[in-house]
Design a protein around this ligand. Sequence first.
Ligand SMILES: [Ca+2]
Ligand SMILES: [Ca+2]
Ligand SMILES: [Ca+2]
Length: 326
Amino acid sequence: MRKLNYLLMLFLMTVYTCIFAQPVNNECSGAIELTSSLGRGIDNVITTGPYNNTSATTEKSDPTIGFECFAEPDGSGAKPSLENTLWFTFTGDGDKYFIEATSDSCSFTNEGLTYNDTQIAIYTGSCEALVPFDCKEDGPNSKWSVESYPAGVEIMTEIGVQYYVMVDGFDFVGTLSKGKFCMNFTQMVSITCNHPDVSAGTVSVEPAILCQPDSIVLISQQGAFGPNKRNTSGSMWVVSKTDLAGDTDPKSAAGFLGAFPVSPISDKPRGMNFAQNKLEPGDYYFTLYTFTNASIDNMGHVIFDPECTFVSNSAKMEYYSEDDCP
Ligand SMILES: [Ca+2]
Ligand SMILES: [Ca+2]
Ligand SMILES: [Ca+2]
């Protein structure tokens, strides 16, 4: 009996250990090194794993900031939370990457994450002093139709900087996304601001004369090719009362009215509603900006770097009241 008890106990202990053993990368200090996933050629998806967060936990060493984009408790993001964090790390090489935590491309069946619903927060600094860098709940490969919500984030890395990637599961009112997933790194094209083809293209507006009660114009561009080699890249439509061609500081222009970011830049026209935006009759100009190396001030405004900002022509349109319609 004694011996049997002993064996039983050993068996129970083994089971206990198997169930509760936490993954090596449960904490930042054990982050799995993924630098070898970098520099493997444009558009090549480098997959590592699978990793399994079923027995992962959150603990004291986890950060308290930097995951504000997480959507707990119910998709609203009112109370972002950490449940089963796993950690990865890599050293930047100055190129741009798409990083995704997903069970889609992994070679296993029926063990993938519930709803494939990962969350990613990226940090710099050190495990003891993590500095928030980027955060993503649902990436571009999320699909409502199949209830799959993997986090995926594009980042421009800096040479020699060590990044820490925290992957957590989405906890939908108590239903936690857990299971196996892979880490995918895809090197992206990076375009410097000296690239010969960088341009904000040529823009046009249709119709060029608009009379109330009509209120919708279509703005479009041809040939825009934006730089992205540095952080804070993008493209932006600016609406103004003056011609902004050549002006790399549109927000300081007297005629500046407003701006809206566009991503990605599309050749397809996009609509703008003058009535909805409460714009008075008068002359208006539409200008496209493509930029990189911009900075963000503490009001959240984008400040362009004139050396890395490209300006289209300003397309003019005339807006008339019904009575003044030419
Ligand atoms: Ca979570
Ligand atoms: Ca953890
Ligand atoms: Ca997600």
